[in-house]
Design a protein around this ligand. Structure first.
Ligand SMILES: [Fe+2]
Length: 261
């Protein structure tokens, strides 16, 4: 019997606007290409051109302008299908399909799982593709950081991050912005003795000096270094004088300190 094999998902990450990331994913068997968010038309067109791909989908994480600005232009140019968060559908230009927590949809041969990750905005979602071991976390989880709470509460963001840390540790994390350098400076004020964090901060400095992106990261690496995922850590709790506080209170304190950093 002939065995069917599935090609790997191909990924192209690039920068857009000032510090946004654009990401394209391509299923070569189905000849489908999705843009994760649509921060800016030109860099997306350039990336498509480099790879010789035609855009068929946009997966939108949340409604902020720097994630949806090119939706209308790309839809006009390619007739793409735009898939985005149910709870923000009124704010997503050109949305065709609204999806919510726990929903699974097909992208070519790949299943895409929708995870509700509100906090940065009230309806933000993340996309997880288990077979490719990747997740797109928008402005919820960054390398060494998490999104600012524009519309949600610390409790909402805490729950959202718990959902993301439940994914397999080897999951590669792509996110919406290159914020790693300033995040590292802040993380070191919360967790100064963490040797994995110190090493990661050195790596980040070297990558940025070479003009290279610090993303993707992996969930395991973030769990070892990102203070927003380390609410349980005894030395962080000691530094914050919160040894007996709840996990959520520790998270909220770290988020508050970052807001004032
Ligand atoms: Fe945002």
């Amino acid at each position: 019997m002939k065995r069917m094999t599935m090609s790997n998902l191909q990924i192209e990450q690039f920068t857009a606007r000032t510090d946004n990331f654009g990401v394209l994913i391509h299923d070569p068997d189905a000849n489908l290409t999705a843009s994760i968010d649509a921060p800016e038309e030109k860099p997306i067109l350039d990336a498509l051109g480099r790879r010789g791909w035609t855009l068929t989908h946009i997966f939108t994480t949340h409604h902020h302008m720097d994630h949806v600005e090119a939706n209308a232009a790309l839809k006009k140019r390619f007739g793409v299908e735009i898939i985005g968060p149910e709870d923000e559908k009124a704010q997503i230009p050109g949305i065709d399909r609204a999806v919510g927590h726990g929903e699974r949809f097909k992208f070519g041969n790949f299943d895409v799982d929708v995870i509700a990750t509100p906090g940065h905005t009230a309806g933000e979602i993340s996309f997880h593709i288990p077979a490719a071991k990747i997740a797109f976390t928008g402005d919820t989880l960054f390398s060494l950081g998490c999104g600012r709470l524009f519309e949600g509460t610390p409790a909402m963001m805490f729950k959202s991050l718990q959902r993301l840390v439940a994914l397999p540790g080897e999951t590669e994390i792509y996110c919406g912005h290159e914020y790693s350098e300033s995040n590292a400076r802040f993380a070191l004020t919360i967790d100064p003795e963490n040797s994995a964090l110190k090493e990661r901060a050195r790596q980040i400095t070297a990558l940025r000096e070479a003009g290279l992106p610090t993303l993707p990261t992996t969930l395991l690496r973030e769990m070892a270094t990102n203070p927003f995922l380390r609410w349980y850590d005894p030395s962080i709790r000691k530094n914050l004088n919160m040894e007996k506080a709840s996990d959520e209170a520790v998270f909220a304190e770290i988020r508050k300190r970052k807001d004032n950093f």
